[in-house]
Design a protein around this ligand. Structure first.
Ligand SMILES: [Zn+2]
Length: 343
């Protein structure tokens, strides 16, 4: 469960009573300030609650609660002072019965809580992870040059088989490998020959394919993106888009790999090889993801692209334009090995 949801639940239980009590005692005029203080207090407590802090705790393919129902209960036995406080609170709840004709607007509370969290996130750096899949391909050399020219970190999920297709591609792979601004990661050796269901139907051979890629390309990080699947498994997160692929992903994870999917995809046209969405569209999608906290981790957005989108000058100019837009917003460009950046 996200921190925000947890806070919301807590506000609607013990703290809800407390807020109502305060309303009865000091009037509605001060309601907003009390609520703000509670939100800030809760926000702080969530920040320190565990290593997952503001990230998601997820199992299976849905996010679930790391929420302990005992958390919403007062602990009156610990301190006599607290007993008094809660006793008087209970008494004042009689006032609440009368006030319930005008119940607190839950939607409004929720929106304020969201806004409050968003303001906190807006004070923190925003991280974007540019990930390029399927290289080395025609387009990789240009991506490598753009990363250097713009002085930004990028991520290449590599397919070993492509490197063995020509001398040129082998050379382009070496460019990536020798560039300190390019993180090199594992996208399998064969790319499942683009027959993904067949590829994932045997997790052991799929696993061996990733291992071969790691050895052939001398990859140093145990970080993988599955071909054709948007699957995430790392730390306490497990998010699966299609069940076919999940057994392979689990096998990889239990053998020490982290698997990363993506939040936003800059899609490629199947026939022309050109990017489908405009730079403006993709930029706004990234921005919306940051602002709405719909990415897997707040303030972290992973963008998926493919190397062959940037074969020609036109495509390369689009990539440069996107990077310039993100730079203007002071986004930080990070390696996926550092994902997620939490506060
Ligand atoms: Zn791929």
């Amino acid at each position: 469960m996200s921190c925000e949801k947890k806070l919301f639940l807590r506000l609607n239980n013990a703290h809800f009573n407390f807020v109502v009590y305060k309303m009865a005692k000091i009037g509605r005029g001060n309601m907003l300030s009390i609520l703000s203080i509670l939100i800030l207090l809760e926000f702080t407590s969530c920040q320190h609650s565990s290593s997952t802090t503001l990230g998601y705790i997820a199992t299976a393919d849905t996010a679930v609660a790391g929420f302990d129902s005992t958390m919403i209960q007062p602990e009156p036995k610990k301190s006599p002072l607290l007993i008094t406080k809660w006793d008087s609170l209970q008494k004042n709840l009689i006032t609440f019965q009368v006030d319930s004709i005008n119940p607190v607007d839950v939607k409004l509370q929720k929106r304020r809580l969201k806004d409050s969290l968003r303001r906190e996130f807006d004070n923190k750096p925003k991280h974007v992870y540019l990930t390029f899949d399927d290289g080395p391909l025609i387009g990789s050399a240009a991506i490598d040059s753009i990363a250097t020219a713009k002085d930004i970190k990028i991520n290449a999920f590599l397919v070993g088989r492509h490197a063995n297709m020509s001398k040129r591609l082998k050379r382009d792979l070496e460019k990536y490998r020798s560039n300190p601004l390019v993180g090199c990661y594992n996208h399998s050796y064969t790319h499942g020959m683009n027959r993904f269901s067949a590829f994932y139907s045997n997790p052991n051979t799929a696993f061996a394919d990733f291992e071969k890629n790691e050895v052939d390309l001398a990859l140093t990080h145990k970080i993988i993106r599955l071909p054709g699947r948007n699957i995430w498994i790392y730390d306490d997160v497990r998010k699966i888009d299609l069940q076919s692929g999940s057994s392979t992903a689990d096998l990889l994870y239990t053998n020490g790999y982290k698997i990363y999917g993506w939040d936003v995809e800059w899609r490629i046209h199947g026939l022309t090889g050109k990017p489908i969405q405009s730079v403006g569209e993709i930029y706004h999608r990234i921005r919306n993801f940051m602002n709405n906290k719909s990415s897997l981790t707040p303030n972290n957005v992973v963008l998926l692209m493919h190397d062959d989108m940037f074969q020609n000058k036109k495509g390369q100019l689009l990539l440069t334009a996107l990077i310039d837009s993100l730079k203007r917003e002071d986004y930080q460009f990070d390696f996926i090995e550092d994902y997620p950046k939490r506060y």
